[in-house]
Design a protein around this ligand. Structure first.
Ligand code: NAP
Length: 399
């Protein structure tokens, strides 16, 4: 049995992960579940999966989860915990082999580091953790000899393409991007698109934050930073190409000009299962590509005027230091404000650009976890202040 803890079990990735477990109940076991505030979903998951450990983002949510359970379901949970410490508790249990980090945001950073120190395999869906603390996380994994298996479909594809090839043979990583719902929207109409427009992703069904990030292409920028840390390849050797069909999940170009690509249906159960079972491959519950219908695969360069967030993220990676932490924190605040209808879509890039510019003039330490958390908090406050100004002025700022 592979014994699994799922951080973010009530979300899009978490639910897909439980479907993978259901398809392999004889070989995969759920030991721990953690989520934010979705009490009803967690109660249903405890009832179905009978985990030994459960964590919620707050004590209130934890009490609410407990109060609605049958005594039978409740008795099976030996460990209850809350907050960041709760995530750490679930992720570091002796009876856990693999930790799937599928929380949105950055709350699970301490839990991922603690799980690495405890020698657990990390199946990493959450990219924000690496954007925020890529150097710390990868150094810890190297020191402990722990595998960090990417669940993000692009990085999972690259992991598959790199298998058996020495780093010296690799020239470039090529991340594919669908281009999101606004790939062809006239640029001057982007100021008036709504949250509902941004949440209608053409090819993937995902959580709200990552779906908005896909619409701005900040998601691809965060993935460039994630790839830099996962594969130890510098920014200038990581390309992004728009591929609206989302069939080619990413590619690796080798020194001789050969390209290897990984193709598949748009179903996250595939990379989730790969991260659980690697280096084995098991039969999977996902549908197969249907060649009989023909495949029309198109590729085009991203338009950085249309997608300033992609440029901001690549610039932040090149700048290094605190810039990626600031980028990520400001983006989280800006996206949440856009979803609340407080700032326009184009305001997201404007807020992130402003906070990055403010940070560039300061000396911000990111040498430790505590220092990173401090920079993160500072950038969130800066972004919140800009959001408030923008919201009260009732207009957007352009990047
Ligand atoms: N969805 C995809 O296809 C996809 C693909 C690649 C990468 N990713 C990455 O995977 C991560 C999750 O994405 P998603 O689409 O699954 O997001 P989602 O649907 O919004 O789910 C987020 C999960 O995180 C939990 N959570 C939020 N705050 C928490 C906290 N403070 N403590 C503990 N749990 C917390 C949520 O719990 P509640 O619902 O209970 O609040 C939920 O279970 C993101 O980093 C995203 O970038 C997702």
């Amino acid at each position: 049995m592979i014994r699994i803890a799922i951080l973010g079990s009530t979300g899009s990735i978490g639910v897909s992960a439980l479907e993978v477990v259901a398809a392999h109940a004889d070989r995969l076991e759920v030991v721990g579940l953690a989520a934010g505030g979705n009490v009803a979903a967690m109660q249903a998951q405890i009832d179905r999966w009978r985990p030994r450990a459960v964590a919620m983002a707050t004590h209130t949510a934890l009490l609410d989860v407990q109060s609605g359970l049958t005594s039978d379901a409740r008795a099976g949970v030996g460990e209850w915990a809350a907050g960041r410490d709760g995530l750490v508790a679930v992720a570091t249990r002796d009876d856990v082999d693999v930790v799937l980090c599928a929380c949105s945001g950055t709350e699970a950073l301490e839990a991922v580091l603690a799980a690495i120190v405890a020698g657990k395999r990390i199946a990493l869906a959450n990219k924000e953790v690496l954007v925020m603390a890529g150097a710390l996380v990868t150094a810890a994994a190297r020191a402990r000899g722990v595998d960090v298996l990417p669940v993000d479909s692009e990085h999972n594809a690259i992991h598959q393409c790199l298998a058996g090839h020495p780093a010296s043979h690799v020239r470039r990583l090529v991340l594919t991007a669908s281009g999101g719902p606004f790939r062809t929207t006239p640029v001057d109409e982007l100021t008036s698109v709504t949250a509902a427009d941004a949440l209608s992703h053409p090819t993937w069904k995902m959580g709200r934050k990552i779906t908005v990030d896909s619409a701005t292409m900040m998601n691809k920028g965060l993935e460039v930073i994630e790839a830099r840390w996962l594969f130890d390849v510098p920014a200038e050797r990581i390309d992004v190409v728009i591929h609206p069909q989302s069939v080619v999940h990413s590619m690796v170009e080798f020194e001789d000009g050969s390209l290897l690509a990984q193709l598949g249906v748009t179903d996250m159960k595939l990379p989730i299962q790969y991260a659980f079972t690697w280096p084995d491959r098991w039969a999977s519950p996902v549908p197969r590509l249907d060649w009989s219908r023909g495949l029309d695969l198109r590729f085009e360069a991203p338009d950085l005027q249309r997608f300033p967030c992609l440029r901001l993220a690549c610039d932040a990676l090149r700048a290094g230091g605190a810039a990626p932490v600031v980028l990520n924190a400001a983006n989280e605040i800006a996206v949440a404000s856009f979803l609340e209808g407080r700032v326009p879509f184009t305001g997201i890039a404007g807020i992130v650009a402003d906070v990055l510019a403010e940070a560039a003039g300061r000396s911000l330490d990111t040498g430790s976890l505590a220092a990173i958390r401090e920079v993160d908090g500072w950038a969130r406050r800066q972004a919140a202040a800009r959001t408030a100004t923008l919201a009260s002025a009732g207009r957007g700022i352009s990047a």
